[in-house]
Design a protein around this ligand. Structure first.
Ligand code: NDP
Length: 280
């Protein structure tokens, strides 16, 4: 039977560590605050924002909350980001994506001071990651590295295959695995013979956005399978990009959905907030 990689327990551990660090910083008279900006009231975004604020409260990070109307202009949002960049009492700035169509996400991401870019999406953060300089790491891939390390799974020398090449998951994931000395292959919708490429993987990271697409035909016996996908099925049940029931018997370790990668994203966001103090 495969080891079930427990993202809930590992994320709780990371949040406890963050809480202790924040308490120590407070004892030195320092404070820490995260600005959370939501534009419009997309229900899924509201849930994510609420969870992020709750995590801040638990850890002792103040959240400075902005709920802006759907019709907010790009100029208004950029003006707010400009003010927050200047505020010394604001350590991190998070703009919940997606944004309404009148606002260009890239322009907004670039407007955030890289020292406050706790999502790790700014081109400077991405560039720093690529050349191994200090900077914020994109939360989901950084969380996956923690899941592997804290589950006793070594990456060095392993064949790692990442399915997906998005800017927020696939690409930073590949670079982080490379940084851990994995031998990395990135696949995407134009990859020829995806099954054969995936079957080479000792560690298979799936970020494809297609419910239950990855069956045991894509998985080498004994591989570690990390499922980034999250989808809500009829009846409100959640599933990932991996067909868990089919794959679990053939792999050595696997993340469940829910309770695998998902909880790690917020934990790593909190970790980035704590780190923002050392970058500011
Ligand atoms: P994107 O849609 O941005 O990227 C999907 C990637 O998968 C693309 O690179 C695409 O290739 C590739 N792809 C699509 N179809 C195929 C196929 N048939 N064969 C091979 N490759 C394919 O998704 P994200 O990276 O943003 O997210 C992936 C999943 O992870 C989603 O389910 C999302 O909800 C989830 N997610 C979960 C998070 C969490 O915290 N747990 C955080 C972020 C995302 P191409 O580039 O060629 O189009």
């Amino acid at each position: 039977m495969a080891q079930i990689i427990d993202g809930k327990a590992i994320s709780a551990q990371i949040k406890e560590e963050c809480k202790e660090k924040v308490a120590a910083l407070k004892a030195e008279g320092k404070s820490i605050a995260l600005a959370v900006i939501q534009v419009g009231n997309d229900p899924a975004s509201s849930v994510y924002v609420r969870n992020k604020k709750r995590a801040c409260e638990y850890i002792g990070i103040e959240s400075i909350s902005y709920e802006l109307p759907e019709e907010t202009t790009q100029e208004e949002l950029l003006a707010l980001i400009g003010q927050l960049n200047e505020r010394e009492d604001c350590n991190g700035i998070l703009v919940q994506l997606p944004l309404p169509k009148q606002i260009d996400e890239d322009t907004v991401i670039r407007a955030i001071d890289p020292k406050k870019d706790v999502d790790g999406f700014h081109p400077q953060s991405v560039g720093a990651l690529c050349i191994g300089q200090p900077g914020f790491l994109s939360c989901t891939p950084a969380g996956i590295i923690q899941l592997l390390k804290r589950s006793g799974i070594s990456i060095e020398g392993k064949e790692c295959v990442v399915i997906g090449r998005s800017n927020i998951v696939g690409k930073p994931m590949a670079i982080l695995l490379l940084r851990e000395n994995g031998t990395v292959t990135v696949t995407h919708s134009r990859t020829k013979d995806l099954k054969e490429v995936c079957k080479r993987a000792d560690i298979l990271v799936v970020a494809i956005g297609k419910p239950k697409m990855i069956t045991r035909e894509y998985v080498k016996e004994g591989a570690v399978v990390i499922d980034v996908g999250i989808h809500r099925l009829e009846g409100n049940k959640l599933c990932g990009d991996v067909d868990f029931e089919d794959v679990e018997p053939v792999c050595s370790a696997i993340t469940p959905v829910p309770g695998g990668v998902g909880p790690m994203t917020i934990a790593m966001l909190m970790n980035n907030c704590v780190e923002s103090l050392s970058l500011s």
